[in-house]
Design a binder for this molecule. Sequence first.
Ligand SMILES: [Fe+2]
Length: 279
Amino acid sequence: MSDIQIDDPVIAKQTPRADFTIDQCWDEYTAEEHEVWDILYHRQIEILADRAAPVFLDGLKRLELSRSGIPDLARLNKALKALTGWEVVMVPHLVPDEVFFDHLANRRFPAGRFIRKRSQLDYLQEPDVFHDIFGHVPMLAYPVFADYMQAYGQGGLRAAKLGRLKNLARLYWYTVEFGLIQTEAGLRIYGAGIVSSAGESRYALEDEKPNRIGFDLERVMRTNYEIDDFQKSYFVIESYEQLFEATQQDFGPIYAQLGEDETAYTSSEVLAKDNLLKL
Ligand SMILES: [Fe+2]
């Protein structure tokens, strides 16, 4: 899946547990690794001040992610658990779907231990500790989103049984990774794939090319996405409650419908029924 070699001796020397977790061994991060975190952190925080969702920025503050260096899970988890009962666990690389869902269903977020090299600040196919912690964890400090992520994990275990993982993966992609939200101050980013990318943070909000479409669960579940490029469409929620409520319905009938009619939309397509937002 990835052509990036994860060059991390602390991962290499460990045998993952049955749930694929490993120890962070925070003391073993090098000064260079901490410095890469700091470079990425400072670059993003400047870009995101007027672009990220207030909930995301608030999560960064509450979890004190502005401290220098890669966060120590021992400290981070204490703060996160107190807020929403979530914790972050370390994994050596991407984990199988059912393992991932099981962690989420139990309020554990699997994060990569390694950090990208200074020479690949913008090039990343396999999620690293910056993407996973800076990008995802602030949202987990917000109760409604924390509940959404758990519901997603529970839904994943069910979708796997029903053979609808493809549809559910699109929901994750267009919300957790690449979601936008409408706020009083305008469009804001909450998706981890955007907030952890300097280029896409600007592109998602300001470029004229991509479509910005009002969130619709079934529409999202039918829409293909871009893996190697910026997204051609973003889906915009009105509130996190809207997202959580969408996961509270029975997906069974939706899956049945999707199963009968496998129509998938391309990532750039705009439909007549779409609520297309103007910049
Ligand atoms: Fe991610």
